[in-house]
Design a protein around this ligand. Structure first.
Ligand SMILES: Nc1ncnc2c1ncn2[C@@H]1O[C@H](COP(=O)(O)OP(=O)(O)OP(=O)(O)O)[C@@H](O)[C@H]1O
Length: 335
């Protein structure tokens, strides 16, 4: 449904995105996850036809976004970071207006507006002026304007930013209810959003897609899906050095808040989390290496890796592969 191939965008001397490629299948929700400045908004705007790419192509429902922009705009719904609302219009009046500009035939407009209002739980607010709505309701109107013409593809840029926890749950449920009948891309920097809402995730870092898979597969393939938490006697930074080169260990990180989220019990103790490589169980080697190096071990327990581990693994600069760093340096020289 959505095919992105080799997309790049250069603003003056800044390469915002570089050679971004991914597909979204019919009915899927893809989470486009990345830290601030990674290139999410730039990608979403290009997909929605609001920004030309420097190179690469985007096809939505078979149409090229650049060559058939009008046809594409009728087939997508787009929620930018700031929803494009007219504050002096009522919710219903605004949605009618959107159906007109999206080319919905006059005879279908009432049905479509009614359906979007129902779907977004806006029945009580249909005659309220948008200016008087709370942030959460405005966001619902933003989503309603994106779906009112019943587009097959929906692009949502950070749809839950600025909402309170209750509103976040409502918006996530609304998005999930749209899957199946719609194909959705949702950009976010919030990890739980992806695990809770999306079937697949593309992780973008510094303008490049570094992984695309289901959240479950990413956790299994990239981190082995498990690891260990340790409470040691000794200096955690030194223990980290001992453990991070062990066979079967993929990542070692300090846990400043202690093992169970509690404050550390004593000053001379350290807390570490060790992520194992796919298919390996380095528990025995970890214990032996710590003992050999003179550390004490107070507690050791297995933990499942989280999407957060994967994300950190893929977006932490020091873990970038040398080849990636070299590629970037060459691109910099070329620019
Ligand atoms: N109009 C612009 N002119 C110059 N540079 C830009 C422009 N828009 C974005 N950039 C740069 O492109 C890069 C990607 O920005 P983008 O807004 O796409 O990231 P993002 O992942 O959406 O970030 P955030 O989560 O902070 O919104 C950043 O380095 C940003 O400074």
């Amino acid at each position: 449904m959505i095919e992105v191939d080799g997309l790049s965008k250069i603003y003056g001397s800044t390469t915002a995105i570089s050679n971004v490629s991914f597909n979204v299948e019919q009915g899927e929700i893809l989470g486009f996850l990345g830290p601030n400045g990674a290139g999410k908004t730039t990608t979403m705007r290009i997909l929605a036809g609001y920004l030309p790419a420097t190179s690469g192509t985007v096809r939505i429902a078979g149409y090229d976004v650049h060559e058939n922009s009008l046809l594409v705009r009728q087939r997508i719904g787009y929620l930018p970071e700031t929803p494009p609302l007219y504050p002096e219009m009522t919710v219903e009046g605004f949605l009618y207006f959107v159906t007109r500009i999206k080319g919905v035939p006059a005879g279908d407009r009432t049905t479509k507006v009614r359906a979007a209002i129902e779907r977004c739980n806006l029945e009580d607010k249909r005659n309220v002026i948008i200016r008087k709505l709370s942030k959460g309701y405005r966001q619902r109107v933003g989503i309603a304007q994106a779906i009112v013409h019943d587009p097959p593809a929906i692009i949502l840029d950070e749809p839950t930013v600025g909402l309170d926890p209750r509103q976040i749950i409502d918006v996530r449920n609304l998005i999930k209810s749209l899957a199946g009948t719609h194909t959705i891309i949702l950009s976010t920097h919030i990890l739980p959003e992806v695990s809770m809402t999306c079937n697949r995730v593309a992780i973008i870092n510094r303008g490049k897609v570094v992984a695309t898979n289901t959240p479950e597969n990413l956790m299994t393939q990239l981190t082995g899906g498990s690891g260990y938490e340790l409470e040691i006697a000794g200096e955690p930074a030194l223990a980290k050095q001992v453990l991070q080169n062990l066979a079967g260990v993929s990542l070692v990180e300090s846990m400043p808040s202690g093992m169970h989220g509690h404050t550390p019990i004593a000053d001379n103790r350290g807390y570490l989390r060790v992520i194992s490589q796919p298919g390996s169980e380095p528990g025995h080697e970890i214990v032996m290496a710590l003992v050999r190096a003179g550390f004490g071990l107070y507690e050791m327990r297995r933990v499942s890796a989280t999407l957060e581990d994967v994300f950190l693994q893929l977006t932490t600069e020091e873990r970038n592969l040398p080849s990636e760093v070299e590629d970037e340096a060459k691109e910099g020289e070329a620019a």
